[in-house]
Every structure is written in C-alpha cells, then in structure tokens.
Design a protein around this ligand. Structure first.
Ligand SMILES: [Zn+2]
Length: 307
C-alpha cells in the first residue's frame, strides 16, 4: 500500500480497553490494535498498556504526534481529567503528565465524544453540513459539536454534555447525582431499569426492542416515551445551536426506530425559522470512530487538517 508520511497515532483510552491506530498523512488507517486497559491494576499499568498499543501500531515506524481521546474533559492547567466517575484513576492529577512525559512526541488530548464527532463529521457529512452534533449513546450519553466546520469545545473543553441536560427537574436520579438528566432515560442501562420497574423483567435494550417489534404493550409504551424524550432533547439542541444534522452513535444507536420515529416528533418542538424534516444520521464508523478522531488531533497539530 502507498503511504504518505508523516504518520500519526490515535489512542482511544476507555474504561476497560485501550486502542490505538496508525494513520498516514492522507488519513488512511494503516494499523489498529486493542488491549485491555487494566485500570484496576493502577496508573503505571495503564500507561504501560497505552505504550504497548502505540508500539504495536507503529511497529518501528516513526510517528510525529499522538492524539488521545479520554472519557472525560482534560484541564491542562490542573493536569486532571474531569467527569470520568467510572474510572477515578484517570481523574487523579499527574496521570496524564506521566504518560505525556513517557512519549517522544507531542500529545494532544480531547474528550472521546469530540473525537467521535470529528471522525464521523469528516467520514460522512463535512461536504454536506457545516454544523452538526454527534451523540454517543450507550452506557452513558455524551456529544461532540462541530459548529461552522470547527470543533466547538466551549471555554474549558466541557461543551456538549447533552446527556446531562434536564428533561424533568423532578425526574429520575442520574448517575451524575442530578435528577431528570436525559441519560437517566435514554442510556442502555436506563432502559433496562425502566423496563424492570414496570414489568419485573430485567432485559437488555436489544431484548426490549424485540418485544417492541412483537407489539408487547409495555415495550411499546416504554420505547414510545424514549422517542419523545430523545426528540425533545435533540430539538432543544437544534433550537439553541441551529444545527443541520445530528449523528447518532454508540451501542443504543442501532435501533431503527430512532431514525423513523424521532425526526417527525422533533418537528413539533422546533421554534422559529422553518425547518424541513431533520436529518438524524446513523454513525458510520462503528467502534473505530474514537480512535480515528483522536488521530485527527495529531494531524491538525501538524497542520494537515483544519477544524
Ligand atoms: Zn446526569
């Protein structure tokens, strides 16, 4: 295969796994490797595992920079990740600096939902739309924003926490400690809990969806409500940001009902300027989006991408 130098590495640091890819200057994926992160064995082991996936994908080739997506927001001046309650180890001050110091090249860090947004935007719709939100909906709910072709981070990198916007001020308790967050209704585990409370049956969302397709009354009621909640949250984002499309990724995104049912419901919640039926787009890159978007950070650092 023809390869254009320089090469860059993208890393996706997850709670349970760490993955890396090697990209060339034309954004071709040359290698991809995944390992368990082993966060339960401490910071040294995690850093060692990140180095192992980087060494595995680079395989002796020189790379010019590393981009890394993390399950939280990194604040450089405090050298800390904020918002990773499931992996407290990553939130400890100094963790990122130690990893950075072990690298021979620059390290760029970004929230993993922002990395997903970058990858999906450039893979699927950068020629069609300029302002999109990419939502990752699985065990949790987050999003990345591309506004006017630029990654929008907010003042300190914390923008896009759509999962922790309120759909009911007295609503269900969210994992973040607040009541009524969208995540407490729309995540995979939230569906399991909601269905259990109504039926006494503990089922994964995919199983609830099978019942829905068979016309099971409880499943139909629950997923009808989920569509209404999702439509309200997404319409709010469109009303605030004047988005052109929303991309949906993550483990919950593969149910076809979202794409047929949610856009018509959103239409009823739009305010102001007339809008056609809103494009709700299924993510295209699957679980490689995070690692590819992270590599894009490195390409931007080298002046090879603009966002
Ligand atoms: Zn919350």
């Amino acid at each position: 295969m023809f390869m254009t130098e320089p090469f860059v590495v993208g890393v996706d640091l997850g709670g349970t796994k760490v993955e890396a890819c090697l990209l060339d200057a034309d954004r071709r994926i040359l290698e991809r490797v995944r390992l368990p992160s082993e966060a339960e064995k401490g910071a040294d082991r995690v850093i060692e595992n990140i180095r192992r996936v980087i060494d595995a994908v680079s395989a002796g080739r020189d790379y010019a920079a590393v981009g890394m997506g993390t399950p939280a927001t990194y604040m450089e001046d405090e050298d800390r990740l904020f918002g990773a309650p499931h992996t407290p180890l990553y939130e400890k001050p100094g963790f990122i600096r130690r990893f950075r110091d072990s690298l021979p090249v620059p390290l760029l860090i970004e929230n993993d939902a922002n990395c997903l947004a970058l990858a999906e935007f450039f893979a699927g719709c950068s020629g069609t739309y300029r302002s999109v939100m990419a939502v990752i909906l699985g065990t949790g709910m987050g999003s990345g924003l591309i506004l006017e072709n630029k990654l929008y981070r907010g003042a300190a990198g914390g923008a896009g926490e759509i999962g922790h916007t309120s759909v009911n001020v007295d609503g269900r308790l969210c994992g973040c400690g607040r009541k009524g967050c969208a995540e407490a209704y729309l995540s995979g585990p939230s569906h399991t809990r909601l269905f259990f409370e109504r039926t006494g049956k503990r089922l994964a969302l995919q199983e609830i969806y099978s019942l829905y397709e068979q016309g099971d009354r409880q499943a139909v009621e629950l997923l009808n409500e989920s569509c209404r909640v999702m439509a309200a949250v997404f319409a709010d984002a469109v009303n605030i940001l004047d988005l052109e499309a929303i991309i949906l990724g993550g483990g919950v995104s593969n149910l076809s009902l979202w794409y047929s049912r949610v856009p018509p419901l959103m239409k009823d919640s739009f305010f102001g300027i007339p809008r056609p039926e809103f494009p709700l787009i299924s993510a295209k890159l699957g679980d490689s989006a995070g690692v590819v978007g992270a590599a894009y950070l490195a390409l931007r650092h080298l002046g090879l991408m603009d966002f």
